[in-house]
Design a binder for this molecule. Structure first.
Ligand SMILES: [Zn+2]
Length: 56
């Protein structure tokens, strides 16, 4: 599942990981990122949810 890396962008100046905007494949809206209880992308417009799998 190396595709997960495409969601992140590492900023070497501030040493933080930024999330890229991800568009909903269903309606095209910008999806929100949530870490609890499970890391996932959620579209507030149509309710589409995409879960991220951890590498561990
Ligand atoms: Zn949507």
């Amino acid at each position: 599942m190396s595709q997960v890396h495409n969601y992140y962008e590492y900023d070497y100046k501030t040493k933080t990981i930024k999330l890229k905007n991800k568009r909903c494949p269903r309606c095209g809206s910008i999806m929100g990122h949530y870490k609890e209880p499970t890391e996932r992308w959620y579209c507030g417009s149509c309710g589409y949810t995409e879960f991220l799998e951890k590498k561990s």
